[in-house]
Design a protein around this ligand. Sequence first.
Ligand code: 5AD
Ligand code: SF4
Length: 415
Amino acid sequence: MNKYDSEMIRTLLLKENFREVSNIEEANFVFLNTCAVRKNAEKRVLGRLDSLKGLKKEKPEISISVLGCVAKYNKELINHPVVDFVAPPDSYRSLVNAIKTKKKELVPEKYCEQYSDIFTSAFKTSVYLSITRGCNHFCSYCIVPYLRTQLRSRPADDILKEAEKLVAEGANEITLLGQNVNAYYYKGLLFPDILKKVSEIKGLKLLSFLTSHPADLPENLFYVMAKFPIISRYLHLPLQSGSDKVLRKMMRRYTREDYLKIIERARDLMPDVTITTDIIVGFPGETEEDFRQTLKTVKSARFDQAYMFAYSKREGTLASLFPTQVKDSIKKDRLQRLIKIQNEITKSKAEELLGKELSVLTIENGKNGQKVGKTKNGRIIMLPGVAKIGFEYIINIYKINGWVPVGKIKKEADK
Ligand code: 5AD
Ligand code: SF4
């Protein structure tokens, strides 16, 4: 979401005749977009600000703005010696004016800002498009609803306009975004309706979406995913915990069994669906037995990949008030144990692809002169450097590098 917001802010700035420079020494205005979801992300912002002290000393007229969730979470940043502007997520329109006229400001937010009329440009061939902002869930560990406030769905016409513009400018893959993307609702249209509408845009090659909440999946979503080949058969569905007790305390609104049933249904309808997840270990009150339930769930779910985190206490959330916080050493230990088990699953899932022939869209440059490709079910495949970005190829998976499958090109997909 921050990547999309950064593109949106870039669009706002370019409209006002700001010009982008390729290195920070040439800049008169610097913007840091930030994430407050875990303490570590927040710490990194402070580290980055400290590293800007030298630049600010050399060039005192440089204007430095802190954007995003940390700007709302920690308004004290306005007193930081290098910071000129603190701009929370709903304040970017005012920020663009403030930096032209003011010296230092905590930029005021617009209530329930949607930025619906701002259409980003396709700076890459694989782009994001935000269709909802905010979240109504209030999972007890999560700071997001306090910082990005309530869920609002963007008008369908604006989504389509932006998607058409992106494709006309060369985008091949669009990823529809929302903290809880499948809760989209606008004037009778639900998320699968938007997926269908965007999928009809001529020239678009792959349509993905992030992030889905298990309690808000519309009845027909998996049918729509299975039916339209352009829609990526990729589901990022955070589990968070495998213990029903912890899930209840997290206020996730589903049980372990509900979750497993959902992914079973997804796999029934889409045998090649890729499922990834987020998991938190060491949530307040999580016992060894609760944690084992998570391990058990991970083993039976067999996720293609998982993003795993130690619980991080966020002031202002309900869970920060729970008295039974888990010790850091236990959190670390559980995280390592979980990562070890998931890594084996991730590896064996990748190995299942060995020898397979797949259709892959080249999305960007990768390391060591390679290209990065994406399959119709959202799997990342490394491709040889000759693969052209934006082109689709039929490839053969001939080895696994770490956990990443590597493909050999057989031919261009439509030749
Ligand atoms: N501590 C650790 N992880 C968190 N997440 C959200 N809040 C916290 C927190 N306080 C994780 C969740 C979410 C992902 C984006 O970040 O797993 O799905
Ligand atoms: Fe946070 Fe996601 Fe829960 Fe919303 S659904 S409160 S963004 S974890």
